[in-house]
Design a protein around this ligand. Structure first.
Ligand SMILES: [Zn+2]
Length: 330
């Protein structure tokens, strides 16, 4: 046996950059997290590079063999690893993030969109493992997505593909966070669930939900609706059924376009488990084209939870190693 065969491949570092927090983890080749650190990045994101660099240095003290760093960043990330625009991070406007981090930490860095990184994590180590065609949908305060086709993340011509929350369902619909009206995200995000809950509450249709919000119909959030539905209260269940229908509208439309073999749902809402996923699956089956004439498309919860981003980003970093296939080929 040679020395090389006895040396396990070095771990890589994954970075998950959100609006106000950064999470940095050392991840081994099996997708296992060896160590993880988190910190705040300031309200406007201006501390992203120094904060991330400090966390990376701490982890490298413990794991000096780390070979490369992958980053998943919120926003429109182009093929050079520049963050062109992030709606929730004011400091990210035409920001050369990959270059800045690479200079600061002295290791090869790849930067991708955070939802793409999470999708890649679920493909390599999670609920979409082995799928060649998959759709990843993150139901959180907004809606994010990743599209896998022929086993690769689809990024489009500029790196901006799979902004799946931002297609229009109703031009007269509620305002979306991006400034347009009636996008799917404005109907089916966690925030939207809260808005629907408040409409029902104001109409006197959601007594159980309002009780959970301290009796104030204006204070109802998606969490109150979810808790009520989980507890089996009729108003919470009915509200969640209406919400599930809106989730399924988008999923069925995307499935008609993409024909995935599996849809993986992640984000805060997926913690509701089958309370949410069962009505979503039912509505999806009613809405997808020719349901009885095509193989069933499984809708499953994500397996990696809040760690999908760092695990996927770390897996992307392996592409930077000699002999691997390069930054944008996967
Ligand atoms: Zn939008």
């Amino acid at each position: 046996m040679t020395d090389a065969a006895e040396q396990p491949a070095p771990p890589t570092i994954g970075v998950d950059l959100g609006a106000t927090n950064v999470r940095v983890a050392v991840v081994d080749r099996a997708g296992g997290i060896r160590a993880e650190l988190r910190d705040h990045t300031g309200e406007d994101g201006s501390e992203v590079v120094p904060t991330t660099t400090a966390l990376v240095r701490k982890l490298r003290d413990e794991f000096p063999g780390v070979s490369a760093i992958g980053v998943g960043a919120a926003g429109l990330v182009d093929r050079d690893g520049d963050v062109q625009y992030a709606p929730n991070i004011p400091a990210f406007r035409r920001t050369p993030l990959r270059e800045a981090l690479q200079r600061a930490v002295g290791l090869p860095v790849v930067v991708d969109n955070d939802a793409n990184a999470a999708a890649w994590g679920e493909i390599v180590h999670g609920a979409a493992h082995g799928a060649l065609y998959a759709l990843m949908v993150t139901l959180g305060s907004g809606i994010g997505g990743g599209i896998i086709a022929r086993g690769r993340v689809i990024r489009g011509a500029h790196g901006f593909a799979a902004e799946i929350g931002h297609f229009q369902i109703d031009p007269d619909g509620p305002m979306c966070a991006c400034g347009e009206r009636g996008h799917w995200e404005a109907f089916a995000s966690g925030h939207a669930l809260g808005r629907i809950g408040r409409v029902w509450a104001a109409a006197g249709r959601a007594p159980g939900v309002v009780a959970r919000a301290g009796g104030d119909p204006d204070a109802v959030t998606g969490v109150h609706v979810g808790d009520s539905a989980q507890a089996g209260e009729p108003d919470g269940r009915a509200l969640l059924d209406e919400y599930a229908e809106l989730v399924a509208v988008g999923l069925a439309g995307l499935a008609n376009i993409l024909d995935p073999e599996r849809i993986v749902i992640s984000g805060g809402l997926v913690e509701l488990g089958d309370t949410l996923l069962r009505p979503v699956r039912d509505a999806f089956e009613r809405r997808i084209e020719g349901a009885e004439y095509r193989p069933r498309i499984d809708i499953v919860p994500a397996a990696l939870g809040e760690h999908a981003g760092v695990i996927g980003a770390a897996a992307r970093a392996r592409d930077l190693e000699p002999g691997e296939s390069g930054i944008w080929t996967k």
